[in-house]
Design a protein around this ligand. Structure first.
Ligand SMILES: Cc1cc2nc3c(=O)[nH]c(=O)nc-3n(C[C@H](O)[C@H](O)[C@H](O)COP(=O)(O)OP(=O)(O)OC[C@H]3O[C@@H](n4cnc5c(N)ncnc54)[C@H](O)[C@@H]3O)c2cc1C
Length: 487
């Protein structure tokens, strides 16, 4: 149903929140000719919690269903087709240390199934081949094979799983882990290049107004529309919209409260640390050392960038996780309340002493598995933020959109790659775009992602990298975090 009360005027959509969910939705709508206002309270887009890993297969999460893994795989491939210059093409190693208590063999049946789905997706559409050859999607390594790789020298541009594994074989504590080690083509995903792509594309679309530094402060139903009150720091003003999309990330509950559309959700504050390991000159893959969450043996994650810069997660209370960092909503409000010190970190930044202490703890945690990592130093502002999880299952990883009434939607992504699917579901639910007139075998022709998004797909790598580096500098991070790693 189209709800426009004045049929002479085009349908007007407000997207509140310019994180990956809102920016991708505004882009998807605007590329198809819909009038959109994107309302974002900060000064640029996609500046919230970090995105470093494209969860193309969900293999980092042992606890999630095959169905969620397949959803993440398909959504990841579609997101990379929408934002083609955002990948860091290096594999992820999944390692089960003795301290974890698990068995890596348990991962294998699911990996086989995910590879089969990837193979099918590539057979259906060649454009889906964004994760390399399906047969090379993952490879297993025994202790003997790693001992062989130890003797090899890595080329400047590693070409296959074996070459990527050389630094790991040489420097990780191979006595402390179970075998096999899994190398899987879950690539890196650059938050700065996603932000740059979305901003560059939206700037070219005259039917999308980017209202930066503008906060939604109130909303009321007005006939078949919504009347929104915005504050741009200078003044308050009001606009009518036919549809409102709430994409406010961890603050989605505040807008749900304004719209009087209750919803149960959780919010979790987490941080990853930027470090420099100058004594390392090799090209590392991403490495996940599994471990029980929230214990001193919690998972350790090494994410590589150019110039020996590495981002570290450690799923312990001293590194990535925080006391009372996971909170839920209640009957009175859809907005979960984080403790004040965590809210202050988001709004006012970090105390130097806390930043240094936690960064050093992250280095120490990683050096349990890669002893030479103890040489690394902390290297500036952490990547951090609060992530929302709809419902009450804290292990949920693939979530997209829900609707309340006929002209209000809320997007709640747990992983960035779910954003495009949420946008597609909104267009479908509200029938915002006329159906294609071209018919093939009795069905309307389904447009490809590239046909639907000509502006985004025409951006060049150099345009994207240049803008991404500026965004990194503006936000206080080394420009290397925005550069391409791997090939
Ligand atoms: C430490 C950490 C690591 C992570 N790593 C990954 C990863 O590797 N891969 C991955 O896919 N995901 C990762 N995530 C999750 C990912 O960051 C989030 O899922 C994603 O950023 C959510 O995007 P969003 O657009 O929903 O929310 P946000 O990015 O939070 O965007 C919401 C926007 O809404 C704006 N806003 C809020 N209220 C208002 C208002 N009233 N008016 C106007 N604007 C408003 C905010 O300013 C913000 O820009 C990670 C999260 C954390 C915390």
């Amino acid at each position: 149903m189209t709800l426009n009360i004045d049929q002479d005027k085009p349908t007007k959509v407000a997207v509140i929140g310019g994180g990956i969910a809102g920016a991708t939705t505004a882009l998807h709508l605007a590329e198809q000719g819909i009038e959109v206002d994107l309302i974002e309270k900060s000064s640029s887009l996609i500046s919230g919690p970090p995105i470093c890993h494209l969860h193309a297969g969900g293999n980092l999460y042992r606890e999630i269903s095959l169905e969620q893994c397949v959803q993440l795989l398909r959504q990841s491939i579609e997101s990379v087709r929408l934002y083609p210059h955002t990948l860091n093409k290096r594999p992820t190693l999944i390692v089960v240390p003795h301290s974890d208590g698990g068995d890596p063999n348990e991962l294998l049946p699911r990996l086989e199934q995910i590879r089969a789905v990837y193979r099918d997706l590539v057979e259906q559409d060649e454009a889906n081949r964004v994760l390399g050859e399906p047969e090379q999607y993952f490879k297993l390594y025994s202790r003997e094979e790693l001992d062989q790789l130890k003797l090899r020298e890595q080329r400047a541009e590693p070409q296959d799983h074996d070459e990527w594994l050389i630094p790991f074989a040489q420097q990780a504590d191979l006595d402390a882990i179970h075998y096999p080690v899994v190398s899987v083509n879950e690539y890196g995903w650059s938050v700065f290049r996603i932000a740059a792509s979305a901003m560059l594309a939206l700037e070219q679309l005259p039917n999308c107004q980017m209202k930066l530094n503008t906060q939604l402060v109130d909303m009321t139903p007005s006939g078949m529309q919504w009347l929104l009150t915005m504050d741009d720091g200078q003044m308050r003003y009001q606009h009518h919209y036919d549809y409102v999309i709430n994409a406010c990330g961890f603050e989605t509950g505040i807008v749900d409260d304004l719209a009087n559309t209750p919803r149960q959700r959780m919010v979790e504050f987490k941080a990853a640390y930027v470090t420099k390991w100058a004594s390392n000159q090799q090209m590392w893959p991403e490495v996940i050392f599994h471990g029980p969450r929230g214990t001193p043996n919690g998972m350790a994650q090494l994410t590589p960038y150019p110039s020996s810069i590495f981002q570290l997660h450690g799923m312990t209370k001293e590194v990535t996780l925080f006391e009372d960092g996971l909170v839920g909503s209640c009957h009175q409000s859809s907005q979960p309340q984080l403790p004040a010190p965590l809210v202050n970190k988001i709004s006012q930044g970090w105390r130097e002493s806390v930043r240094v202490e936690r960064s050093n703890k992250a280095i120490e945690h990683m050096s349990r598995f890669v002893p030479s990592y103890a040489d690394a130093i902390e290297f500036g502002l952490p990547l951090f933020g609060a992530q929302q999880i709809p419902g009450n299952d804290e292990t949920l990883r693939a979530a997209d959109v829900s609707f309340a009434g006929e002209h209000y939607a809320r997007i709640e992504v747990v992983k960035g790659s779910s954003a495009l699917e949420a946008a597609c579901k909104i267009v479908e639910q509200w029938q915002l775009v006329g159906k294609s007139k071209e018919v093939i075998n009795g069905e309307p022709r389904k447009m490809s992602i590239e046909d639907q998004h000509p502006i985004s797909c025409a951006l060049t790598e150099s345009q994207v990298v240049e803008k991404a580096q500026l965004l990194a500098l503006e936000r206080g991070y080394p420009t290397e975090l925005a550069q391409v790693y791997g090939h």
